[in-house]
Design a protein around this ligand. Structure first.
Ligand code: ZN
Length: 553
């Protein structure tokens, strides 16, 4: 037994002692554990946030298909909880659909990355899926292609499935506060706010209960934390028994009625009417599959009785040596091409994968900035500006085409040459630096050809007029300062020649600034630009070199 396994087992048993006290009183009126064979068992396998990681997912599915041979198919459920697709690579997303079908996935919900390629492409993919998509907290305008899925019996606000003679009701939720479907223009979907989401979920549960369905599962990409997150939804709704979650990339292992440490979060709470609700999630990137086993009583309430072993939650993991089924391997290679080493990171950068990392200078983003500067050399740019979330992961040892295309730059956005006034240039840096202080969706600007300071000690970061960027200097290749810009009084006449990530022309915060850009010209696509750079330079140093300095509060 691994340390981690042992630890979660200890937690499991100690928590149940607490769990029985907490849950017995409040649920006795509805829980009736002892009535013969009237309970219903469900064996759930759940996956979230694979972010298009086909290689890992192929190994996971190979393992899952092996496990499935020894479990009762009548009581088995396989669910995915959003951000399964990523970016705009059709081949890759189509291969994802194939793998989900091979895995026997039955349920799907819409995460934020499902919309990376627009609702039209998403609808085409989901139509090929042998699963149903659940969406309960989203307004889909009439002209949006997702509506066609409703006619094809692929998209539902709630869905009832019978397993082993028992009816189960399913609802789904998309993340709140994320701008979904930038490419959908007039037909963009909108997700309800936290109150609207609770109300919509409650209303859909009521409908299911009226049909006699009392075992209800929310397939969620709401994320665990915050207003309208899974934990809050569990406590503020009535009738949901299980929340299969995603979006936060948290491995919620075991069953805990209290936070034990950062990796063992509370995941068994009471609903508004005092019935237990269990919340689960995997860490994402197809590194693990969760396995939740629950037992429902005749009233459709989950039984949280450790002695009778009615509930358990474990994760199945794979590593790089785990085998892949041959059929799956062929699908993956056909979609992704052959993997090749293109360069080496002489000085490595190990990414922590946390959101905080996006609020600092990021050596992986430096690579994209350096490569874009070289690609635009003919236009003689001063600087390169890239928003943090466009790059993913670290740079360690051999860098391969798969890493560049499918891990580092999954969105493969376009890079543009654009001329901005000093004022708009400062406004762009400042707007995105302010988001790093006020939201979880930080897009702090990563750079080449310059240095700047983000001062988080400023007052009123919520006010868009607050200036938090300073000491902006342009540097040449020997790091000598060649120009200074006063962030408190930038010129409205002087021009800055930039290479800018295309996404910033679309994002609602930054497009208003960039609509003033002059002489906009395409430089190329992120993956091509970086692969060309790496093939030429062969080795890189992935280090922080003081391009962005952050003064913390
Ligand atoms: Zn997400």
């Amino acid at each position: 037994m691994s340390y981690k396994k042992l630890f979660s087992t200890i937690i499991l048993s100690s928590v149940f002692a607490v769990g029985n006290i907490v849950f017995a009183d409040s649920t006795n009126s509805v829980i009736d554990c002892g009535k013969g064979n009237s309970t219903a068992n469900l064996n759930i396998y759940y996956i979230n946030d694979t972010h298009g990681e086909l290689v890992n997912l192929g190994k996971l599915i190979t393992e899952l298909n092996k496990i499935k041979k020894s479990v009762n198919p009548e009581t088995t459920l396989i669910s995915t909880q959003g951000d399964m697709y990523i970016g705009r690579n059709h081949k890759r997303n189509a291969a994802m659909t194939k793998l989900l079908n091979i895995a026997g996935v039955e349920l799907f919900t819409l995460g934020n990355h499902e919309f990376d390629d627009g609702s039209h492409q998403l609808s085409k993919e989901l139509a090929k899926g042998k699963f149903v998509t659940l969406m309960t907290n989203m307004d889909i305008p009439d002209g949006n292609p997702l509506n066609t899925l409703k006619n094809q019996n692929k998209l539902f606000s709630s869905y009832v499935m019978t397993k082993n003679g028992e009816k189960y009701g399913f609802i789904g939720a998309a993340p709140i506060g994320v701008n979904l479907g930038l490419f959908d223009k007039d037909n963009q979907v909108s997700v309800y706010d936290p109150n609207g989401t609770s109300a919509a979920l409650n209303a859909e549960v009521k409908k299911l209960e009226e049909q006699g369905v009392n075992k209800i599962i929310l397939v969620s990409h709401l994320g665990y934390f915050g207003d309208g997150g899974d934990l809050e939804i569990a406590k503020n709704t009535e009738g949901i028994d299980v929340i299969l979650g995603g979006h936060t990339h948290l491995e919620i292992d075991g069953i805990q009625t209290k936070d034990v440490d950062k990796t063992h979060l509370t995941n068994l709470v009471l609903s508004k009417k005092g019935e237990p609700v269990v919340i689960v999630q995997t860490c994402g990137m197809a590194k693990d599959i969760g396995n939740l086993k629950v037992t429902f009583n005749t009233n459709g309430v989950i039984i949280t009785d450790s002695k009778k072993n009615t509930i358990s939650n474990n994760h199945i993991r794979i590593d790089k040596n785990s085998p892949t089924d041959k059929t799956i391997q062929r699908i993956v290679e056909k979609a992704l091409g052959v993997d090749k080493v293109v360069a080496v990171a002489k000085t490595p950068f190990v990414s922590s994968g946390t959101t905080e990392e996006r609020n600092l200078e990021n050596p992986t983003a430096n690579l994209l900035c350096d490569a874009a500067f070289e690609a635009a050399k003919g236009k003689n740019p001063d600087v390169v500006l890239v928003h943090s979330p466009t790059v993913r992961g670290g740079l360690v040892g051999e860098i391969t085409t798969y890493q560049v295309k499918y891990s580092m730059l999954p969105f493969n956005g376009q890079m543009f040459y654009a001329e901005l006034t000093e004022k708009d240039f400062v406004d762009l840096l400042n707007t995105e630096a302010l988001t790093s202080m006020t939201t979880d969706n930080s897009q702090m600007i990563q750079v080449h050809g310059m240095k700047y300071v983000v001062d988080k000690t400023v007052k009123n970061p919520q006010n868009p007029d607050t200036i938090c960027v300073k000491d902006i200097v342009f540097v040449d290749k020997n790091n000598n300062v060649v120009r200074k810009i006063n962030s408190n009084n930038p010129s409205e006449k002087d021009t800055v020649k930039c290479v800018v990530a295309g996404y910033l022309f679309l994002d609602k915060r930054t497009k208003l600034i960039l609509q003033n850009a002059k002489n906009v010209q395409l430089v190329g696509k992120e993956q091509d630009i970086v692969l060309k750079y790496l093939k030429k330079h062969k080795s890189i140093d992935a280090v922080r070199e003081g391009r962005v300095t952050v003064i913390e509060k």
